[in-house]
Design a protein around this ligand. Structure first.
Ligand code: SF4
Ligand code: SF4
Length: 265
């Protein structure tokens, strides 16, 4: 089981205006130390970016570099970068050049040394930030000054946060309900739709999915070859299939259409 907030953190909640000094570059004595002996949870958008960066199907990426665990509160599957398989190091770190997938590195790597959390309150979903101060990291001794907001912009996390928010919200909503009754079939569906996008695309276009669900032609065209659109569609579908929230853009066909009675989620 994995807790999304498992990192050792400073117990001070930061706002986007909080300031700090930090700089990471190949000249620091600790260069790449943070790319090992840690747990990196890969979000759906992280996986999308990495499998496209490596030009391999999502299934191959998952099999080669990750392992599956379960979120402790919601029970939903989580994908973890499988460092123990690579002698405790990230498979994409190189001793001299550093991160081999830098422009497509995961959200956690972009945020570091800031950690990010998400809360559900009565007003809705709220994000918060905190420092991850690991003793080996010398970046805090450098002079460059940031606010959390300027760091986020510099590291390009906005797109990641936008794409990952529905996934985080589903984890939290399920966790809030005390987690689901263990349902292996639902968890397998969740893992495919959220993490194995190429298989999900096959499921949509090569199974009876489109006979069971009414999907607009415009949406079908978009998800045919656009992974981001497919992921957004996947969010709608999985919320409905696992009864996490109602979906606006995907509905079971009305009446007993072909296959409608045999596919139940
Ligand atoms: S993806 Fe890149 S930055 Fe992140 S742990 Fe691996 S090598 Fe380091
Ligand atoms: S430990 Fe800190 S300073 Fe060193 S490489 Fe990692 S992020 Fe940069």
């Amino acid at each position: 089981m994995v807790d999304l907030n498992m990192q050792v953190v400073e117990p001070t909640q930061l706002s986007k205006d909080s300031r700090f000094k930090f700089r990471c570059h190949p000249g620091v004595s600790c260069f790449t130390e943070c790319c090992g002996k840690t747990t990196i949870i890969l979000t759906p958008y992280d996986i999308l970016r990495l499998k496209n960066r490596l030009r391999i199907p999502s299934g191959e990426f998952l099999a080669n570099y990750t392992r599956l665990e379960h979120h402790d509160k919601s029970g939903l599957p989580l994908v973890i970068m499988d460092m123990p398989r690579f002698e405790g190091r990230c498979p994409f770190v190189r001793p001299v050049s550093g991160c081999e997938v830098y422009t497509d590195r995961p959200a956690t790597c972009r945020y570091y040394p800031i950690g990010q959390g998400t809360l559900i309150t009565e007003e809705g979903v709220e994000e918060f930030f905190f420092f991850v101060r690991e003793p080996h990291c010398r970046g805090y001794e450098e002079d460059a000054e940031w606010s959390v907001a300027t760091w986020r912009a510099d590291q390009g996390v906005e797109k990641y946060d936008e794409m990952n928010l529905p996934w985080k919200t589903m984890m939290l909503r399920r966790g809030q309900d005390g987690g689901p009754v263990a349902d292996e079939r639902g968890n397998k569906l969740f893992a495919m739709v959220m993490y194995d996008l190429d298989q999900f695309r096959n499921f949509v276009f090569k199974s009876r999915f489109l006979q069971v669900f009414d999907v607009d032609d415009e949406v079908k065209e978009k998800i045919w070859d656009d992974d981001e659109e497919l992921l957004k569609f996947g969010y709608q579908y999985i919320k409905m299939a696992l009864k996490i929230e109602s979906a606006e853009t995907i509905q079971p066909r009305v009446g007993p259409g072909p296959g409608a009675t045999t596919m139940t989620f």
